[in-house]
Design a protein around this ligand. Structure first.
Ligand SMILES: *Cc1c(COP(=O)(O)O)cnc(C)c1O
Length: 357
């Protein structure tokens, strides 16, 4: 689908952010998380740009197969593992690493033919309560997997943090302590940390870190600041101005006539809306960047357009407007729209044309 809005992807920034991850967690291997089309950045191109990562992590088998078909020979972890005999066999055949997080996978393993030999990571639930087997059973499960005829040595040990993005939340310390306590003495590679853990919880670094959002240059923290975390924006969402008007004082703008001009107001119409992944909930005042200046949106976001304030801004039809990116952190837009950068990047990145630079 070709639209006016497009996402410019800065490969140097993507590489910089992986280097930043390695600087923060120097003794860990980095598996770049490129699920969901690399958070909207194009999975194959992101993998190519990050080909010096120690491995990749994706959600599902289909994503991993796409990487193998494109001849990426890296270690690849499939975070949701397998759900059927067929997907287990595919994971083995393509030398992927399956996350074992549920009893039904253990049953499938017990009925696998002898020819299936699988790399696995045992995912333990330390308090996130989404995926994972009970941490209290870590030792028994690890021994069962270690002895299993269909499993290659050595199963990894994994867990996931629920609140690492809140540095003052005691939940993370509790999860880390449970993981340490119940896996103590087990000889296995370990993996705990996502971006927030990498940046805020050095104890989580262990053998493998799993950076996602930080690679794309967004802060994982609620009121975070990517620059302060040493990260560079990777995606710039840009669209042209298609019309300029002066709307008289007292007239209102857009659907629902939700914003009324307090005086004669010069406005611009930008060819980007919620169909392009721009958040419909972004209120009047959400920042945009045009011709070296910060401005704001006025009234409601439409499907293909937003209206912006051009008071004291020189602009002509055809000028490009930055919705987020180099000058305007996606984190600010996410905050204004009551969501997180992850959602904006995935939505816009998966609807817009990409230009890799
Ligand atoms: C998505 C995901 C990550 C990456 O998380 P970020 O917050 O984007 O760094 C790491 N681990 C698991 C299990 C994930 O699902």
């Amino acid at each position: 689908m070709k639209r006016s809005a497009h996402a410019i992807i800065d490969t140097a920034a993507l590489r910089h952010n992986l280097a930043r991850c390695r600087e923060v967690a120097p003794n860990s291997l980095a598996m770049a998380v490129i699920k969901a089309n690399a958070y909207g950045h194009n999975m194959l191109k992101a993998a190519e740009t990050l080909s010096h990562a120690n491995g990749f992590a994706v959600s599902c088998l289909q994503e991993a197969l796409e990487l193998r078909q494109a001849r990426f020979i890296h270690p690849i972890v499939v975070l949701q593992g397998f759900h059927t005999m067929q997907s287990m066999k595919a994971i083995a055949e393509h030398r992927l690493r399956a996350v074992i997080h549920d009893r039904h996978q253990l049953e499938l393993l017990d009925s696998a033919p002898a020819s299936v030999k699988l790399d696995v990571a045992l995912k333990l639930d330390t308090g996130m309560h989404r995926l994972g087997l009970p941490i209290e059973q870590a030792r028994t499960l690890f021994e069962r997997l270690s002895k299993h005829p269909n499993i290659k040595p050595t199963p990894w040990l994994m867990t996931h943090m629920a609140c690492a993005d809140e540095p003052d939340n005691p939940h993370t310390q509790q999860q880390l302590e449970r993981f340490a306590k119940y896996t103590d003495g087990l000889q296995a590679p370990r993996s705990i940390g996502n971006s927030a853990s990498i940046l805020a919880w050095p104890e989580s670094h262990v053998n493998w870190v799993r950076p996602g959002i930080m690679l794309y240059g967004s802060s994982p923290f609620a009121h975070g600041n990517a620059r302060r975390d040493g990260l560079e924006a990777v995606m710039t969402l840009s669209a042209p101005l298609v019309a300029i008007h002066t709307i008289p004082k007292g007239e209102s703008i857009g659907y629902g006539a939700s914003w009324t001009c307090p005086e004669d107001t010069r406005t611009g119409v930008v060819a980007c809306g919620y169909a392009d992944g721009y958040p419909r909930h972004a209120p009047t005042g959400t920042p945009v960047w045009i011709n070296g200046k910060e401005s704001r949106i006025l009234g409601r976001v439409s499907m293909d357009m937003i209206v912006i304030d051009l008071t004291a801004i020189e602009a002509r039809a055809g000028d490009q407007v930055e919705l987020w990116g180099k000058h305007l952190s996606v984190d600010r837009i996410a905050q204004a729209a009551g969501t997180i950068s992850y959602e904006l990047l995935c939505n816009a990145g998966n609807q817009c044309q990409h230009t890799y630079v």
